[in-house]
Structures are given as C-alpha cells and as structure tokens.
Design a protein around this ligand. Structure first.
Ligand code: 8YV
Length: 318
C-alpha cells in the first residue's frame, strides 16, 4: 500500500510525477487556503500532509480525533502557520524547505528595492494609462542606490544573499540588526538596536521569520525613526509590519515608499496600501521561479521519502 499524502495546491509537474511513483497523492481542489474543518478531516484520511504558507495547521487541526497523519512536509521555508508545539504534542514530524529558495527570494528583494526606489511601477502605470506627456528633467525622480545603506532586519541566509547582491551590483553599504551579532559579518555593520538600524538605513529590508516574536516589529514608532527619503522592503512575512501604521507613514511622508511581497491577511491587501502611489505590491512571489519551486518540491519529497524510509528527515523543524 502506498502512503496516502495530500498536497494542498498544484506543485510543478515534475515533482508531482515523482511523488505519484511512491505515494497515493490527492490534490486538494481549488486555490483557496484549506480551512480548519478541511484540514481536520485530512488529518484522519492521510499519512502525510503537504501544506503551504496559506494553510493554517493550528492546534485544533492537530488535535483532530483519529488522526492518522504522522508527517507534515511543508512546501516552503517559513512554518509559522504550523503550530509546532501542538505538532510535537501530537507526535507529528514537521519539515520545511530551506536553502533552495534563498537566491530567488534575494532576487525579489532586489527587484522590489529597485522598483520602489526608481518608481518603476508608478512610471509603468502612467505610461500604460496613456498619461506620459514626454521627457522632462523632474519627471518621476527616484533615488540612486549607489553608496546608500541597506539595513537588513535579520541576518540569515536570505538577508546575506540580498547583501551580496546589493553590494556587488549596486555598490550599497550593508548594515544589519539581529538578536545576536553574527560571527561572520561579511563586511556588514552591526546595529545593537532595530531603532538605530532604522535611523541609519536608506533601504530597510525585512528578513526575519514570522510568528509572535516578530509580530509588528515595524510599527508607527519604528517608521518614525526612518529617514523621510527611506523605503521599506518586505519579502519576509506580512505580520512583521503593522500595515495600518505603514499606510499612514506612506500617506503622511514619514517614509518615501514601500515594496511589499507579503501581507498580514494574504491574499487581502489593505486598501490604503493599494491606493498609495508610492508602493510596489507583489502577490507573494519571493520563491516563484520554476527552478526554485521545483527544488522546493523535490526537497519536500526528499523529506517525505526519508520519513517513510524510517530515517530522520533532512529539514525537521518539529
Ligand atoms: C513560499 C515563502 O512560496 O518559503 C517561504 O517561506 O514565503 C514562499 O517563498 C511559500 O511559503 C509556499 O508555502
């Protein structure tokens, strides 16, 4: 009997084909996030679940009666949507897919930085709307990146990959804040407080995990510390930013702009952010390259295989 697994959304074809060779694979219908009742029912019908960031695997889900699931192979690096304590209590192994999405997410951080600082989305909207009246010296002036300071909040793999690109490709200075000073700073300047980093940065880019520890780290008080010419980039998690405070800061000129890939209530986006001209808003595309999404699926499949072979999975988080 093949182990029964549920994947919550389509994975790249090549990964699905690999999974079908070894597992009895069910694909959840539709694009909507799986609800609590649906996930609770899945707990008793499958041997493993493969959720994504939008499927909230809560304590209530993990406490489902007659649960059969023994393994949750998350498709993604971040796993704050899975209650790890409840998984541990239920004896469920949880894995993620780190490393393979580092470069793609750093690329997207660069894209947002450049688009926001050079007002690319504003320009494109204007041109497509037929409102471009011609070249003029003061039209849509952005800010140069060369010599400016990129302030990284968190200094893990994706932050470092972003730093390398920003330094090499754009000539930026790198600064960072993290709870612990890194042993290998790779030429970056450490700030002991987030407030000090926020005040020094021309671009403040978020690279922390989500979850309660980083909830609303960027709020009105922190935004008030930033330079009025600075921009905020978020490719981490929407929960790290108090969105209403950010919308206000953009509206009243506290900061110059924001490039966002993630939102508090995805896929809903605050209407004030939508209406603000100085935002670049992407629909959570951080890891969205064919290579990366395939590698993420293969990594999740490796974790499943090792688990069902009775070996410790590579990327066990619970
Ligand atoms: C994924 C991400 O696409 O891996 C992560 O943490 O944020 C994204 O790149 C998403 O998590 C898929 O579940």
């Amino acid at each position: 009997m093949k182990p029964r697994i549920l994947i919550s959304r389509r994975w790249p074809d090549v990964v699905e084909a690999r999974l079908r060779q070894r597992y009895d694979v069910t694909l959840n219908a539709g694009d909507a996030p799986m609800g609590v009742e649906q996930l609770r029912a899945a707990m008793s019908a499958y041997d493993a679940l493969c959720p994504t960031v939008s499927d909230r695997v809560t304590a209530e889900v993990l406490a489902a009666p007659d649960a059969r699931v023994k393994m949750i192979a998350n498709y993604g690096a971040g796993y704050e949507h899975i209650d790890l304590a409840a998984a541990r209590a239920a004896g469920v192994v949880v894995t993620n897919t780190p490393d393979v999405l580092t470069d793609a997410t750093a690329e997207l951080a660069m894209l947002l930085m450049l688009m926001t600082s050079r007002r690319a989305a504003e320009g494109e909207r204007e041109l497509r709307a037929g409102q471009w009246t011609g070249w003029r010296p003061t039209h849509l002036l952005g800010r140069s990146m060369a010599g400016k300071t990129l302030g990284l909040v968190g200094y893990g793999r994706i932050a470092r990959a972003t730093a390398r690109r920003a330094r090499a490709a754009l000539g930026m200075e790198i600064a960072y804040y993290s709870r612990r000073r890194a042993d290998d700073e790779d030429g970056a300047t450490y700030h002991e407080t987030l407030e000090s980093l926020a005040a020094a940065a021309d671009v403040l880019s978020l690279h922390t995990p989500g979850g309660p520890e980083t909830h609303h780290l960027v709020d009105a008080a922190l935004l008030a510390r930033m330079k009025p010419t600075a921009i905020l980039i978020n490719t981490a998690r929407g929960s790290v930013v108090a969105e209403a405070d950010l919308a206000q800061a953009l509206a009243d000129g506290t900061i110059a702009g924001a490039g966002l890939d993630v939102y508090q209530g995805e896929p809903k986006v605050d209407p004030v952010l939508l209406a603000a001209p100085n935002t670049v808003l992407l629909p959570h595309l951080g890891s969205a390259t064919l290579e990366t999404r395939t590698a993420m699926g293969m990594r999740a499949a490796d974790n499943l295989d090792r688990f069902f072979d009775g070996m410790p999975p590579l990327d066990r988080v619970a």
